[in-house]
Design a protein around this ligand. Structure first.
Ligand code: FS2
Ligand code: SF4
Length: 551
């Protein structure tokens, strides 16, 4: 087994025996096998597109299958076997269509003809494939490093594209690029410079993908508005919805209407409370429960209702709550209840609803507590004039974007301490699950502008980028000249895609932690730090001093 796609990779070097996320070597190997099949499907899809043969269903399948290989999404070997079978079926069907269209036999490369032996161990075959990939590419560690950067970045893009597509937002250029990048992983003729350009292109395409996702969310649910969210429990039956998928959260809300069940968000679904459409139409959309994903084994065990996990981050469930936990879409774990589709092909949440009705729910209310979310781009930019005035008047000295993922490592306390130490004349913008390190702190306000602004999920990185660009335009400077510092925490592959987007946009001086990606070779890291001055976090005091010296 070899996997180093996330921040918690073992010893900062790679998981070899067992995934620190809980992924077994067998599941890791079938994930590698699936990626190999998708890399072989890619050239066939590219050829089909050249011939105007529709690949729409395959585009969506590819994104879902890639999404399933991300950290903390799917641990179920059977699900990967199914994805593998479907990839082969789609590929062979497309080949037939291509041959019918051209009237000729195409010369497909080995990877596009590969079929595993389903009678034999798929994980053993996946191990072989992974070793071959390493031995083919590993001779040049820097190129291998950038190949992994591209692959992991594409995983992030595919997950965002999957979300956007659920809301009817698609752009063929995204799918085409994913195919091109997957196909490129087979090439041995590209230089370091070519791979660097391809990695930045992942960032460019990811920006477009996040733009679509933003359009999907705001077009479907309205622009988020600042909204107080109860953190306390209310007496009554309860369902907890976790992950990132807002359309699926709405489906749960629809199916629980008038059933006497209060719906709570967990983790990255907190910002869903900011969407006016959800707040206005579903009175039982109540509050938020628990904190970041890595605390779920405690939080889920205590929750007295059913729990639905729509996307990452799923941890291997504990026995004491597995029977009330339900997974959806690309998410999976052996033996975990999965939400079936109804006759209309849409998820039917009845099993989770019935479980919630069976369970006691909250029998006592807890002490009222709340946080405010909903400071996405529209809300922040609607007070842009006041923000600009406050900056000009010296009331706001500096902005800190403290965003990204959370995780279990103790060195992530850096982010809590940093926010606590941010001087009182500075504003903190935050997004993604890393905010649970400080989201309930009362930092007060500056002239009515809150000092802690929750822009949204990691999926809302586009919103944060638009805020930075709008401020830069208002001050007639580039984003790098703003009194703004980006202090990011990463964990999984969406964060890699967002980081590549920031580099594509030419953002300098990003501080990244808690550790730097293991898949970046020393030379690649040097290249990035020479060009973009990207640097590891140090201590809160040192980093704050350096950021404030920028003004
Ligand atoms: Fe957080 Fe986990 Fe959002 Fe990441 S809930 S680390 O996969 O997607 O951010
Ligand atoms: Fe290890 Fe992360 Fe890979 Fe899991 S996803 S096996 S923790 S590197």
């Amino acid at each position: 087994m070899f996997c180093e796609q996330c921040e918690q990779t073992a010893s900062g070097q790679g998981c070899h025996q067992w995934g620190a996320c809980g992924k077994s070597p067998e599941v890791n190997a079938v994930q590698d096998l699936l990626i190999y099949l998708l890399r072989g499907l890619a050239p066939v899809a590219i050829r089909a597109n050249q011939l105007s043969i529709s690949t729409q269903e395959i585009d969506r399948f590819t994104c879902e299958a890639i999404f399933a290989t991300m950290t903390n999404v799917n641990f179920d070997q059977h699900r990967f076997t199914d994805y593998i079978r479907r990839a082969i079926a789609y590929r062979e069907n497309l080949k037939n269509q291509i041959e019918q269209a051209t009237g000729a036999t195409e010369n497909w490369s080995t990877i596009s003809c590969f079929e595993p032996d389903f009678e034999d161990s798929l994980s053993a075959q996946g191990e072989d494939i992974a070793l071959k990939f390493i031995s083919q590419s590993g001779a040049n560690v820097d190129i291998f490093s950038l190949k992994l950067t591209v692959l992991y970045g594409i995983k992030g893009v595919a997950s965002y594209a999957f979300h956007a597509q659920e809301m009817g937002q698609e752009d063929d250029r995204i799918y085409q690029f994913c195919y091109e990048a997957l196909a490129a992983l087979e090439r041995q003729d590209l230089t370091l410079d070519d791979w660097l350009k391809l990695a930045l292109k992942v960032g460019e395409i990811n920006l477009r993908t996040m733009e679509l996702l933003d359009a999907g969310h705001t077009g479907t649910f309205g622009h988020p508005v600042p909204t107080p969210v109860p953190l306390n429990a209310k007496v009554g039956k309860a369902i907890l919805v976790s992950g990132h998928d807002i359309p699926q959260l709405e489906a749960v809300l629809k199916q629980t209407m008038n059933k006497g069940i209060n719906v709570y968000t967990h983790g990255e679904l907190l910002p869903a409370h900011g969407y006016p459409h959800l707040k206005q139409n579903y009175p039982h959309f109540y509050g938020h429960y628990g904190t970041a994903w890595q605390n779920q084994t405690k939080d889920f065990a205590k929750f007295p209702g059913a729990i639905i996990i729509t996307t990452n981050c799923l941890m291997p469930p504990h026995e004491n709550y597995q029977n009330k936990l339900f997974s959806l879409g690309p998410v999976g774990y052996p033996g975990l209840n999965s939400i079936p589709n109804g006759p209309d092909g849409m998820p039917d949440f009845s099993p989770a609803i019935n479980k919630a009705l069976e369970l006691p729910g909250f029998t006592e209310a807890t002490e009222p507590r709340q946080v405010t979310t909903g400071f996405a781009r529209n809300a922040v930019l609607s007070v842009a004039d006041r923000v600009i005035e406050a900056v000009k008047a010296g009331q706001i000295r500096h902005f800190f974007l403290v965003g990204g993922c959370d995780g279990a490592k103790p060195d992530r306390n850096y982010y809590t301490e940093l926010v606590e130490k941010v001087p009182s004349d500075c504003v903190v913008l935050t997004l993604a699950c890393g905010k649970f390190r400080f989201f309930d702190q009362n930092l007060g306000d500056i002239g009515g502008i809150p000092r802690l602004l929750d822009v949204g999920q990691c999926n809302d990185a586009y919103s944060a980028i638009q805020i930075a660009i709008a401020l830069a335009n208002a001050f007639n400077v580039g984003v790098n000249e703003l009194p703004l510092s980006m202090i990011l925490s990463w964990y999984e592959q969406k964060a890699i895609a967002v980081l590549l987007t920031l580099l594509y946009l030419g953002i300098q001086d990003i501080r990244l932690g808690p550790t730097l990606p293991a898949f970046l070779s020393p030379n690649v890291l040097k290249l990035l730090s020479d060009t973009y001055h990207i640097k590891p976090i140090t201590t809160p005091d040192e980093d704050l001093a350096a950021c404030l010296a920028k003004v």
